[in-house]
Design a protein around this ligand. Structure first.
Ligand SMILES: Nc1ccn([C@@H]2O[C@H](COP(=O)(O)OP(=O)(O)OP(=O)(O)O)[C@@H](O)[C@H]2O)c(=O)n1
Ligand SMILES: C[C@](O)(CO)[C@H](O)COP(=O)(O)O
Length: 256
């Protein structure tokens, strides 16, 4: 892409309560290395000269700086929630970042993010003043539950997408969005929803379904299998199955 400076923010200050492991899930082993190390390696392979901000719990006793492959990186204290961790990272570079600099935010617990998706998202951001995020269309029938755990309604899934990461924005926009979100009582679970709260519409960039977020215990085994299949596909590109076309259409694109 053009020479716009690129910052990577990797929120990694979570406790992994739903995983309920003996350590935060970003430090569990995936293919012989901690999840955190695998995720940073994926980002570095595509963006070797980006500047990294790694949000860590100030009491974190697991982190090893040897896992960071970036030449230009720093550790930032995380906040009480994911959005607070990202906001603190933005504040940490307030004196250095220009308004138009690009910021990509990627969950440390998405180690299977594919280089092709990173490249396409980055390219999409050139002409997107409102930012963009990787996402996949919902493929299952969607049920809304009542208080008794029974089906209340079946929701139309047309136009519904799963939001993934990375999510990318210009520095000034993301800072304003998270500042405003911090002053309101609206729950913000991703960067895009903070930008949406300003009345803006980030672009959905169709990504791969295997960009799994390790959240629950069974996700670690799935991530292992995805990771192994991706490595195999990279070694034997001719025999690798292509991701179906439908998964890579962006909203508004029609089937050929
Ligand atoms: N205060 C927080 C909370 C979460 N995260 C990060 O945000 C990402 C997505 O969060 P999630 O999957 O919810 O991770 P945890 O908060 O660790 O999980 P849980 O909610 O089960 O405790 C993770 O990379 C996590 O480390 C963060 O940087 N700061
Ligand atoms: C940002 C995110 O990965 C988008 O899907 C997700 O919202 C983070 O998970 P959390 O459980 O809301 O922290």
């Amino acid at each position: 892409m053009n020479g716009t400076p690129l910052w990577l923010i990797v929120p990694a200050a979570g406790q992994g309560r739903r995983m309920a492991a003996d350590r935060p899930k970003q430090y569990l082993q995936l293919a012989g290395r901690p999840v955190l190390a695998q995720t940073l390696a994926r980002l570095h392979a595509t963006f070797p000269t980006a500047r990294l901000l790694l949000c860590l719990d100030p009491r974190d006793a697991w982190f090893d700086p040897a896992w960071v492959p970036f030449a230009d990186w720093r550790r930032v204290d995380g906040g009480v929630e994911r959005a607070a961790s990202v906001a603190l990272a933005l504040t940490a570079i307030a004196e250095e970042a220009a308004d138009e600099d690009l910021v990509l935010v990627h969950d440390v617990v998405r180690p299977c993010v594919h280089g092709d998706d990173l490249t396409r998202l980055h390219a999409a951001l050139v002409d997107e003043p409102m930012g963009a995020l990787l996402a996949v269309p919902v493929a299952d029938t969607m049920k809304r539950a009542d208080a008794a755990g029974r089906v209340a309604t079946t929701e139309p899934r047309d136009g519904l997408w799963h939001a993934l990461t990375p999510q990318g924005f210009r520095y000034a926009l993301l800072r304003r969005a998270l500042d405003e979100a911090g002053r309101s009582s609206v729950a913000i679970t991703d960067e895009a929803s903070a930008v949406e709260a300003l009345g803006l519409s980030p672009r959905l960039v169709a990504g791969r379904r295997d960009n799994l977020k390790i959240t629950h215990p069974e996700d670690l085994g799935l991530a292992e299998q995805i990771h192994a299949a991706q490595i195999l596909a990279a070694q034997h590109p001719a025999s690798a199955g292509r991701v179906p076309d439908a998964d890579h259409r962006n909203p508004g694109e029609t089937r050929a």
